[in-house]
Write a protein that binds this ligand. Structure first.
Ligand SMILES: [Fe+2]
Length: 251
């Protein structure tokens, strides 16, 4: 099996995961198998040059979410942390360039490598609540995966903050925050950097802008409670009311 990614986001060329949408039950179901990993992956930026700016932004934010969630995962290791930090640095620099000018082959190539690096990280550490909620928003409201991740990422980082300030400080430093010696202060500045990146690439930041309605909050929260990704979140996700509160914050 030879995989040639035509977007720079999923990292599927190096992961063991697949997500399939069940349209009858409005669910996105994740599967894991070693048979999903290809024997060879070819990262050729030329096949991503025609990707439109919105898909570039969505998929790039999926890759960023993979590495920030890899950092905060309860299964993270020093090796996945190192992969994550490198990918975050590259995405922060190259995603705005690729969105602005899709023909920039160097930025496209660096995004493919960052997406692949992110895949290597999260395939070994898993993700967390952002993906759990994004899968559910995608299943119930049909919001593209990377866009749902992008909307939920900053607010979920704030919700997790006290459980992993050192991890978010790593992402902050990779995005250019100067270390102060206070991990939590750095982490807060890093969450702001994530918001600045989202603004720079022009993505919506509210669920109401992308077609989610308030009556979908409870079904989204219930679906999230059954999503396997939440079990490696640094702050235990035990109450669907917490998910509803997070959805309200970005409505
Ligand atoms: Fe993802």
């Amino acid at each position: 099996m030879i995989a040639i990614p035509t977007t720079a986001g999923t990292g599927s060329e190096v992961t063991f995961a697949a997500v399939i949408k069940d349209h009858d039950s409005n669910m996105k179901v994740s599967y894991v198998s070693h048979f999903f990993a290809p024997n060879v992956a070819i990262l050729d930026p030329n096949v991503t040059l025609s990707m439109p700016p919105n898909i570039t932004a969505f998929t790039g934010m999926d890759a960023l979410t993979h590495v920030i969630e890899s950092l905060h995962s309860t299964e993270s290791t020093p090796i996945t942390d190192a992969l994550s930090a490198g990918a975050i640095r590259s995405i922060n620099t190259n995603l705005p360039i690729a969105v602005e000018n899709g023909k920039d082959v160097e930025a496209r190539g660096r995004m493919l490598i960052a997406s692949c690096t992110a895949g290597l990280a999260f395939a070994n550490s898993l993700v967390g609540i952002v993906h759990g909620i994004a899968h559910s928003i995608g299943g119930i409201a049909g919001v593209p995966h990377g866009l749902a991740n992008s909307i939920m990422l900053p607010v979920c980082m704030e919700w997790n903050l006290d459980h992993c300030p050192e991890k978010y400080a790593i992402s902050a430093h990779a995005m250019g925050v100067v270390p102060t010696g206070n991990a939590k202060a750095d982490a807060v500045a890093g969450i702001q950097k994530v918001r600045e990146l989202i603004a720079k690439i022009g993505l919506p930041t509210n669920l109401s802008e992308v077609g989610v309605t308030a009556d979908q909050f409870e079904p989204i929260a219930d679906l999230t409670m059954g999503d396997g990704t939440i079990y490696t979140n640094p702050r235990p996700v035990e109450d669907p009311a917490d998910v509803v509160e997070l959805l309200k914050k970005v409505f």
